[in-house]
Ligand binder design. Structure first.
Ligand code: ADP
Length: 401
């Protein structure tokens, strides 16, 4: 099936046009600064080199029209006509408690996404705008919403409830939701294929370590716990997010520095994590480059990998038996130092790392454990766009229940 995958941010529209049969990306592009004057549009269509142009687009609908023009144009087109688009898959960040899986977009689904805007005020509204733009411009196409949170709706209540007064769950739906669901599901699926075993028979720990990071415990293909929480702030140390810390520290800092909730939120989301600790960058490549002889860079690496090991340890206990630990996303796929530190002294738990193989592995699906390791350590490149395209197809074919 040929699926247009759409991911809208507040001023951006990212797309990939994917043939799911052979996982082929026929075209991809990004429109940025929508509604902010000079709109930048970069795209790679077919075998043509990457092209960058500026366009006029006051809103997502105008940006989408421009994208469809380019997709069908003589010069840059990969489509004879828009009829070739068989379905549209949208990334939607928050499905709240309403969605256990991806959903065909109907008026009811639109309403539910709107209700969940409250839980993701920065992300759901632009996601919704993207859907409405597609409805306006391509009214005959089937559209599917694929939620970052849906995969984690299988968590038991002991994993998702916080020990706050119960009324806050009732009043505001405060609980753990988890994110990166499409990525965790995709790499779990790929790992099962690679290991030649049914996903239902496997217990896995998936470590999505990118700019944002989360770790998930997966039993038989279902998420039973995950490190991100009510928002993507909880969990392991990330590029610019603090990850978990004593909640009292926030109150203390707010009082000492007279910060508003918005300022505190910026501090935790944009100025903390790898960037805040190192004072160098949010990018692990720069931390690695500075590490030799730089005490703050060394500290950052230690705190980061320690925070990841904490979750791995906790999820080993929750799962009881772990068949494989999977590393994915920018850091997980590329940073052998982080992987080595995460897997240090884990032989007694059944995980023996092949250090040489680990060192050589970057961005390819590889078993980096020693042959005699009881359980596997895998690097599995993620592909969230492909997963969205596949889920879109499965929903339309009635296979996603
Ligand atoms: P996002 O969460 O934005 O999707 P990615 O999964 O692409 O991000 O991860 C981006 C991060 O991955 C970068 O900020 C950087 O820390 C890390 N990264 C990317 N390439 C490398 C590399 N070769 N070595 C170490 N870290 C890398």
């Amino acid at each position: 099936m040929k699926v247009l995958v759409v991911n809208c941010g507040s001023s951006s529209l990212k797309y990939q046009f994917i043939e799911t049969r052979d996982s082929l990306v026929l075209a991809k592009g990004l429109v940025e600064r929508i509604g902010l004057g000079e709109v930048e549009y970069s795209f790679t269509h077919g075998n043509l080199p990457k092209t960058k142009i500026t366009i006029q687009a006051k809103n997502h609908t105008e940006a989408l029209k421009e994208v469809l023009n380019k997709l069908t144009s003589k010069e840059y087109g990969v489509l004879e006509s828009l009829d070739e688009i068989e379905a549209i898959g949208h990334r939607v960040v928050h499905g709240g408690e309403s969605f256990y899986h991806s959903a065909l977009i109907t008026d009811e689904v639109l309403k539910a996404i709107e209700v969940n805007c409250e839980l993701a005020p920065l992300h759901n509204p632009p996601n919704l705008q993207g859907i409405l733009a597609c409805e306006e411009v391509l009214p005959s196409k089937k559209q599917v919403a694929v939620f970052d949170t849906a995969f984690h709706q299988t968590m038991p209540e002991e994993s998702y409830m916080y020990a706050l007064p119960y009324e806050y769950y009732q009043k505001y739906k405060i609980r753990r939701y988890g994110f990166h669901g499409t990525s965790h599901r995709y790499v779990a699926m790929k790992a099962a294929e690679f290991l030649g075993k049914p996903l239902e028979s496997l217990n896995l720990i998936t470590c999505h370590l990118g700019n944002g990071s989360s770790i998930t415990a997966i039993r038989g293909g279902k998420s039973i716990d995950t490190s991100m929480g009510f928002t993507p702030l909880e969990g392991v140390v990330m590029g610019t997010r603090s990850g978990s810390l004593d909640p009292a520290t926030l109150l203390y800092i707010m009082e000492k520095e007279s910060l508003t909730p918005k300022q505190m939120s910026d501090l935790l989301n944009k100025k903390s994590g790898i960037l805040g600790l190192s004072g160098i960058s949010n990018d692990m490549r720069e931390i690695n480059a500075a590490e030799q002889g730089n005490a703050r860079a060394q500290l950052t690496l230690k705190v980061l990998t320690h925070s990841i090991r904490r979750y791995i340890g906790a999820y080993m206990v929750e799962l009881g038996r772990v068949d494989a630990i999977i590393f994915t996303a920018g850091i997980g796929e590329n940073d052998y130092v982080v992987r080595e530190l995460c897997m240090e002294n884990m032989e007694n738990w059944g995980f023996a790392l092949d250090k040489e193989k680990n060192k050589q592995t970057r961005g390819t699906l590889t078993d980096i454990s020693l042959p005699n390791s009881l359980s596997r350590i895998l690097v599995v490149p993620t592909n969230e766009e492909l997963m969205i395209a596949l889920e879109t197809q499965w929903v339309i074919e009635g296979k996603e229940k």
